[in-house]
Design a protein around this ligand. Structure first.
Ligand SMILES: Cc1ncc(COP(=O)(O)O)c(C=O)c1O
Length: 404
């Protein structure tokens, strides 16, 4: 067996299952889960129709590079969304959702034979980054999100000797779980570091279309062009239909950026066997080419967050995020694990303890062993508004009961 397998950590939901194994939820309440970040709004009809109309594609092996019309549709979306040009032939590649792509990308770019191979991750973070780094033979280095920076990652805490060993950096903007959108000044900092130390930046942008401010979130490729890097040197952005178009089960997204890196990534993927089904490609073309359903989807999230956030803000430190579909709230008393456990027991509502999404941060002056997710919970507002409101009301009651 590959010895690196034993370095993988239990997934946050496994830890939650373990935590809840001794809890009997109050049967007086119907269960409501805000635990899992899986979109639950309806899949648009135009996507279903395109999928159903493409069954003939099953009779042939699809190409790993994808159909030219899919790559064009992705490039067209990048043009409309970010007002920038990517070459559909060399700078775009379809992927089966961003999760597998984030994982396989690390396997492509990391050289484990170089001493101290390091992958830098935000903290808290999407756990695939860690597993991808470990199985690529690298060590993850976790950089804490900082409340004082609107929950953005404090890249200044990373020592030069860590940057010197860094081969890959994961950026998650809009962030899961924080919802923070990384500002241009941080992009400038990271590009300068990438130039100096030669590492690759993987920019996970799967929440980019669900946002609450007037201005849409800044994308990595957009930041690069604004800073005069139109060749996207050492930068690859990961975009997904799962949240944008409510098709988490379709497994569709694309990567775009540095052509030289994508050439290697395509080669890796060819051996890995990760071509996208022709049916999914057809449905993806329809999804990328339509924006009306995305506007409607965003409006639903906005309405939901506008209703739920003020309710919860009465009893806990929580605010509307920049983007994404999570509330990232501080729990009274500061014990996120006990809060999640007791909330389930008393009110049958599931939330995710923030400490399960983070690791003890290294190298933060005076704060060794500090878990930047501790004391917070993540609530995914993916159900219908009425159900989320019901959950919020129960959380308010529960939190008020703690004060007595
Ligand atoms: C931060 C982040 N990145 C990537 C993904 C993977 O999404 P998908 O594989 O559906 O594109 C998720 C899914 O929850 C996520 O939260």
């Amino acid at each position: 067996m590959n010895p690196l397998m034993s370095t993988l950590q239990p997934y946050p939901f496994e830890r939650l299952k373990e935590l809840f194994s001794t809890v009997t939820p109050n049967p007086a309440y119907a269960p409501i889960s805000l635990g899992i970040g899986e979109p639950r709004h309806a899949t648009p009809q135009l996507v279903l129709d395109a999928l159903a109309g493409a069954t003939q594609a099953l009779a042939a092996y699809p190409a790993t590079a994808g159909l030219p019309q899919l790559r064009q549709a992705c490039a067209g979306w990048v043009k409309r969304r970010y007002a920038l040009d990517v070459d559909a032939t060399t700078q775009v590649l379809p992927v089966n959702g961003s999760r597998e792509a984030l994982f396989s990308f690390a396997q492509t770019v990391v050289d484990p034979t170089r001493a101290g191979a390091t992958v830098v991750c935000p903290n808290p973070f999407y756990q695939i980054y860690e597993g991808a780094a470990l199985l690529a033979g690298a060590k993850p280095y976790y950089v804490p999100s900082d409340l004082a920076l609107n929950f953005n990652v404090n890249w200044d805490t990373v020592p030069a000797e860590v940057w010197a060993k860094t081969q890959l950096l994961f950026v998650c903007s809009p962030g899961n779980p924080t919802g923070a959108v990384m500002p241009l000044s941080d992009w400038q900092k990271l590009f300068e570091l990438s130039d100096k130390y030669g590492f690759v930046i993987a920019s996970d942008e799967c929440y980019s279309e669900i946002y609450f401010r007037d201005e849409p979130p800044l994308g990595g490729l957009e930041a690069a062009v604004k800073l005069g890097r139109s060749d996207f040197k050492n930068l690859v952005a990961f975009t997904s239909l799962s949240k944008r178009s409510n098709v988490p089960g379709m497994r569709s997204g694309f990567v775009a950026g540095d052509a030289a890196i994508l050439k290697q990534f395509l080669l890796y993927r060819t051996y890995h066997g990760s071509a996208m089904s022709g049916m999914v490609q057809a449905a993806s073309v329809a999804a990328w080419n339509d924006e009306a359903h995305v506007v409607a989807n965003r409006a639903m999230y906005r309405e939901k967050f506008a209703a739920v956030t003020p309710l919860l803000a009465e009893v806990m430190d929580v605010r509307l995020p920049d983007a994404g579909f999570y509330l990232w709230a501080a729990v009274p008393g500061g014990d996120d694990v006990a809060f999640a456990r007791d909330l389930l027991a008393q009110y049958n509502v599931t939330v995710l303890p923030g400490s399960y999404l983070a690791r003890d941060s290294q190298g933060v002056a005076g704060a060794k062993g500090f878990n930047p997710g501790a004391g917070r919970i993540r609530m995914a507002l993916v159900a219908e508004t009425a159900e989320c409101l019901e959950a919020a009301q129960r959380i308010v009651q529960f939190t008020k009961s703690l004060a007595h």
